[in-house]
Structures are given as C-alpha cells and as structure tokens.
Design a protein around this ligand. Structure first.
Ligand SMILES: Cc1cc2nc3c(=O)[nH]c(=O)nc-3n(C[C@H](O)[C@H](O)[C@H](O)COP(=O)(O)OP(=O)(O)OC[C@H]3O[C@@H](n4cnc5c(N)ncnc54)[C@H](O)[C@@H]3O)c2cc1C
Length: 258
C-alpha cells in the first residue's frame, strides 16, 4: 500500500534506526533468544543514539520530537527484523509517557534523564492471575501508612520483568471503590520486591516476560504517580497508545512475513 505520511526527516530516522538494528541487534538475536532476554547494554546504546523517548523535552535529554510517526517507524523496523524482546515501544511509547504526563516536576527531573539514556529500563505491571482484561478485578493493594505506602500483591506476564529498573505498579488504594487505584514507581532493590520465573512462551523468546511479587514493599510517598485514586483513569488513557504501537508492529510483522 502506498503511504505518504512520512517526510524526509522520518525517512532519515528510519535509515538510521534500521542501520542501528542491523549492527547492534541482529548479530545477537540467537544469543538473546537462548538467554530469554536481551543484553541490557543495547539499551544504553539506543539511548546514546537518541532512540529512546525521542519525544522527551530537551531538558531531560530528549529531542522534543512529539510526533508518533517516530514511534511507528521503530515498531515497524523492530518487526522487520522480528525482534520482540528489545521493547523500545513499551519503554518509550507506553511507560515513559506515564511519568511525563502524570509525574511531578521532581519525578520527571529524577527519572526521565536515566530513562532517555537507557540506564533505567521501564516496565508496567497491571496484569494479575485473576485480572487481565478486567483490571478493576486486581487484588494488589497499597495502604497509606502515613510516611509511605505499603504494597502487597503479585503480577504476571510483565514484559521487561527481569530487566526493568523501575516498574510502574498498579494497586488498589480504597477497598470500598474497585476503580480506585494508584500507580506506584517501584525501584529495583526495594525490600520485598522480587521477580519470579521468566515465563515460557510459544514465541517472543527474547522477551523477559515475568512474574513479579510485592511483599510489604515500603514505597516512599514521592513514588506515587499523580492521584492515589486516579490510576485506573491513567491506564485507560495511556493504553490507547500502547494498542496503536501493537497494531503498527503487527501489520509490519505480517508484511515482513509475507
Ligand atoms: C507476551 C505478553 C506480554 C505482556 N506484557 C504485559 C505487561 O508488560 N504488563 C502487563 O500488565 N500485562 C502484560 N501482559 C498481559 C496482557 O495485558 C493480558 O494478557 C491481557 O490484558 C489479557 O488478560 P488475560 O490474559 O488475563 O486474558 P482474559 O482477560 O482472561 O481474556 C481471555 C479472553 O477472553 C476475552 N474476554 C475477556 N473479557 C471479555 C468480555 N467481557 N467480553 C468478551 N470477551 C472477553 C479476551 O478478549 C480474551 O480473548 C502481557 C501478556 C503477554 C501474552
């Protein structure tokens, strides 16, 4: 199908990203599939080249390219080489925007530069064994303990589950209201935060899809994103862009296969 929505800048970006993948990703794909995850060094290389969160403001190290077509190009090129484990779209187009959109000035200044550089890898943890499509059924809770939130529960099918340094965790915050949930920034190394096994899948072998466990994790108050009861709305708002990236990758993957 003839497409005319990309201009010269986009085409140059595509050439640069495709060349990056051919040099830094394709030679390692077999090894990453066997390991069940990509090597984290490729994230830093992508950050150095400006491929992570290109939309982020310059003060955070981004290029300020607020144009979804750059995300589309990356989805398409990753699909062209059949690389599902190096999840730039999840990091850049799904998780990063939660921090940019709902984070405080302090949270953005603290986290976005490392995320743009590929030093802080992101994941989002919504799904639970009994809560997939119906997120309102989740059981993970966060209880306000005055100077911190106490997080308890478990998540499943979390992409970047092993590599992630910062996980956006959805948890219920009011037992009387099933839609009241908060989004909490849980950091690698927080006491009580554990990763379970990497899940075996039919395909996508280089993607570290994993279980995550939260046992009495004390999450500092400053790690709550936005409103403690607004998380359900934030998820519904941001998941639209995730679906768009999935669709871009799926169409490009089908074209590559044909
Ligand atoms: C490879 C992979 C990576 C993932 N990465 C992440 C991640 O990073 N973070 C995260 O939080 N989650 C992740 N997930 C989980 C994913 O978001 C869920 O699988 C998805 O939300 C569906 O939930 P479920 O698997 O429990 O299926 P269910 O919700 O049980 O649905 C099963 C089937 O029933 C259908 N269905 C459900 N409800 C209805 C209804 N009311 N009416 C009609 N049909 C219905 C669904 O369409 C589906 O076909 C990942 C999953 C996979 C496979």
């Amino acid at each position: 199908m003839q497409r005319n929505h990309f201009d010269t800048e986009h085409n140059l970006f595509r050439d640069a990203f495709a060349a990056f993948l051919d040099k830094e990703v394709v030679p390692h794909q077999e090894e990453w599939e066997a390991a069940g995850m990509v090597d984290r060094s490729v994230w830093a290389k992508a950050g150095e080249m400006g491929f992570l969160l290109p939309w982020a403001d310059e003060e955070y190290g981004g290029a300020g390219l607020k144009d979804f077509r750059y995300e589309q190009i990356m989805c398409e090129e990753l699909a062209r080489i059949n690389e599902p484990g190096f999840m730039i779209p999840l990091h850049s187009a799904l998780c990063g925007p939660y921090i940019a959109e709902y984070g405080s000035a302090q949270q953005k200044a603290c986290w976005l530069p490392g995320i743009v550089r590929g030093e802080t890898i992101l994941a989002v943890a919504m799904t639970e064994p009994a809560a997939g499509s119906d997120l309102a059924g989740m059981r993970t809770t966060a209880v306000d303990k005055g100077d911190h939130w106490l997080l308890n529960g478990s998540k499943v099918f979390i992409s970047n589950g092993y590599l992630a340094d910062l996980v956006i965790v959805a948890a219920k915050t009011d037992p009387a209201n099933k839609h009241a949930m908060g989004l909490f920034l849980v950091e690698r190394g927080m006491q009580g935060f554990e990763r379970g096994k990497k899940l075996k899948k039919l395909g996508m072998h280089s993607q570290d899809t994993a279980e995550l466990f939260f046992n009495d994790v004390k999450v500092p108050k400053e790690n709550l994103l936005g409103d403690a009861k607004g998380g359900f709305f934030y998820l519904m708002n941001m998941l639209a862009q995730e679906r768009l990236t999935n669709a871009c990758g799926a169409v490009a993957g089908a074209e590559a296969a044909l």
